[in-house]
Design a protein around this ligand. Sequence first.
Ligand code: PDD
Length: 286
Amino acid sequence: MGRIAYVNGRFVPHAGAAVHIEDRGYQLADGVYEVWAVFGGRLADCDGHFARLERSLAELRIPLPMGRRAMEVVLRETLRRNCVRDGLLYLQVTRGVAPRDHAFPTRPVSASVVVTAKSVDLAGDDRARTGVKVITVAENRWGRCDIKTIGLLPNVLAKQAAREAGASEAWFVDEMGLITEGASSNAWIVDSGGVLRTRDTQANILRGITRQSLLDLAKSLDLRVAEGPFSVEDAKMAREAFISGAGSVVLPVTRIDEAIVGDGQPGPIAKRLRGLYIESARRNAA
Ligand code: PDD
């Protein structure tokens, strides 16, 4: 059975799914997206992703294309039609189709909605056993990384630089030498004093939904946790490092640029948080 996509009210074969050439997402990156991890056919951190979607849309003044209930029906139907048990669900909402003009359309347009789903064995990712390499790149994104916009060119270029360096992720480093986050994930370390650190949400980062769930888990484990800045040097000297996101869940980082992190093996806290997150996501997915 071929893949099926949802495009503006219809389920269509993925291979031929298309939007209009004057969709403002296509021409101007005028839209937002969400990615849910899927476990057992259900959405991990379901409400958190919906809340962030609504916030991103509100920040861009794009009206909600449909109510939450209707949206959930579409998302679940996309999973069902693609027989996805474990995998990823992608939702994109743009301001819609209108003659090209940077300012908002003057006539009312309906937002465009695209949903796709694919099977991925998130829990069985081999990289969780080996650890991944990250590179550091200069932060060059706009000042509103809290909005999950589809305008991702700096992230695209950073990720490609990572790939060319044999790495899985790129960490953005701001002017102060402090790590903000990854191109498609949040950045974490267990520093040399044993404190779990991830950048605070006052900084220009995406408020990762997986990040928040991990913070809650870490607090329930009585780990010492600090949301705040850490430098590239702190990261290279850390006991452990890892990344988090719907696409990667939790992946241990064993190398940052040329530096080996800790003993070069996935660290115990990263492994524990990964296991607990997957367990709780399976249990609480909706
Ligand atoms: N990326 N930071 C950035 C820049 C991201 O793009 C993402 C997610 C995250 C992690 O957020 P969350 O835990 O809510 O997934 C942090 C998705 C998975 C993507 O672009 O595919």
